[in-house]
Ligand binder design. Structure first.
Ligand SMILES: Cc1cc2nc3c(=O)[nH]c(=O)nc-3n(C[C@H](O)[C@H](O)[C@H](O)COP(=O)(O)OP(=O)(O)OC[C@H]3O[C@@H](n4cnc5c(N)ncnc54)[C@H](O)[C@@H]3O)c2cc1C
Length: 407
């Protein structure tokens, strides 16, 4: 039997639920189909279980996309203040951790409970355990016409029964490829290809970096050691991306906020420059010693870096003598440590997927496909990727909201 709706949303994550709520509030009959056994699994594990649900300082510059202007309209129409109002309406307690990052005081489940309640209030129907078998635009599955209906064929996990749902509007909110074990699939990209839409090649972003074998042997027994750095990389021919945050050694290479941020801007080949002594004038510090020698240099380095890292650094990069020149070179090395990670730790560890549905294919106002009327893409599946710090959820809420207003 075919069941008719006004809107079918594929994926009950942040973007899909926000879109469903807004469309439901506008009186649309909305069905959300979710493959997993519950909604918002990624929300539940986000922000270390506390969900960094937005960032007070959100601007379009916090996002990466082939078209840097695309996100502007949606981010302006649905702001962090709008989401904070929703959170406060539900009495959810939250705090700013740092740099405008807002987290739940209690647990991320406060956010999923809030979204679930909003869905109930807007009479949105949610069906979990729904594996989508196929999507067609009409009964025969041939080319789409503006007046066409989308037919979604679904297999329910519970009884393996096959069901068909029909609607004139289909919203794809199935996220990216990050963390397959909690339900990430390539479904959104596959569907876009099925309808002839272009995709910017997906790649892991906000992801730890893995060293070459040689660097692993040299540094990775320091796993667990962290320090503040300024990490930078040539983001474009003209512009360097730069982040001052913590870096952490891991068993594979390096991670920590500074490295996750910079990973999104690296095409896999450029060297990363780490300033391990940002804002410090090392030569001046050295001049404060009566004698400039290896011992005074050791004191300076030990004051800047954690002890084990400092000692490894001194073994690896000893000054070539006691001349000013030698110390200047040693200081430069500390300010400009160039590293060339071999690869990333992949989608299994990536917080997001960069790339996705090419924004040229979509209306920036509604997220609707330009080629296929009635077909919408929202959230991470679109080629808009936020920096670390609550920006990815803000994009999910904003893009979901804009599509919901257009349905
Ligand atoms: C460990 C971790 C921590 C994070 N922490 C933060 C944070 O604190 N702040 C922040 O801003 N961002 C964070 N992110 C990123 C953020 O979670 C995502 O950017 C955001 O959830 C994207 O929302 P979405 O709705 O587009 O996709 P998702 O949340 O991925 O939702 C997609 C949904 O679609 C479902 N689905 C997939 N395929 C199908 C299919 N074929 N049929 C039906 N359903 C399907 C999935 O099961 C999922 O429920 C984190 C990510 C990870 C992995």
């Amino acid at each position: 039997m075919n069941q008719q709706y006004d809107v079918i949303v594929l994926g009950a994550g942040a973007a899909g639920l926000m879109c469903a709520i807004e469309a439901g509030k506008r009186g649309r009959r909305v069905l959300v189909l979710e493959r997993a056994d519950r909604i918002g699994k990624k929300i539940l594990i986000s922000g270390g279980g506390r969900c960094n649900f937005t960032n007070l300082h959100t601007t379009p510059e916090n996002f990466l996309s082939s078209n840097p202007h695309f996100a502007k309209s949606a981010l302006a129409r649905y702001t962090p203040a709008d989401f904070i109002r929703l959170v406060e309406k539900h009495g959810i307690l939250y705090h700013e951790k740092k740099l405008g990052q807002l987290f739940c005081d209690r647990a991320a489940s406060d956010i999923t409970a809030m979204l679930e309640q909003e869905c109930r209030d807007a009479q949105v129907e949610i069906r979990c355990n729904s594996k989508i078998e196929a999507v067609h635009n009409d009964a025969s599955g041939t080319g789409l016409t503006p007046s066409g209906q989308f037919i979604v064929q679904v297999q329910t996990h519970s009884d393996s029964a096959e069901m068909r749902f029909i609607a004139p509007h289909l919203v794809v909110a199935t996220g990216g490829l990050s963390i397959a074990k909690i339900g990430a699939t390539s479904f959104g990209y596959d569907l876009a290809r099925q309808f002839g839409l272009n995709i910017v090649s997906p790649r892991p972003a906000l992801v730890p970096l893995a060293f070459t074998e040689r660097d692993r042997r040299r540094w990775c027994d320091l796993a667990g050691v962290s320090c503040e750095v300024t990490a930078s990389v040539a983001a474009t021919k003209k512009k360097r991306a730069s982040f001052r945050e913590n870096m952490l050694f891991t068993h594979q290479g390096i991670s920590g906020p500074a490295i996750l941020q910079i990973s999104s801007y690296r095409d896999g080949k450029q060297a990363i420059c780490l300033d391990l002594a940002a804002d410090r004038d090392l030569m001046a510090e050295l001049h404060a010693f009566d004698h400039r020698d290896q011992a005074s240099w050791k004191s300076v380095v030990r004051e800047i870096l954690p002890r084990r890292f400092a000692d490894r650094w001194l073994e690896t990069y000893p000054p070539a003598g006691n001349s000013d020149r030698a110390f200047m070179d040693a200081a430069r090395q500390l300010h400009e440590w160039e590293i060339n990670p071999e690869t990333t730790e992949g989608y299994g560890k990536a917080e997001v997927t960069a790339g996705g549905i090419n924004t040229d294919e979509l209306s920036a106002k509604t997220m609707e496909s330009r080629k296929v009327p009635g077909l919408f893409f929202v959230g991470e599946v679109v080629d808009v990727t936020g920096q670390l710090g609550g920006f990815n959820f803000q994009w999910a809420w904003a893009s979901g909201f804009c599509a919901g207003q257009a349905l």
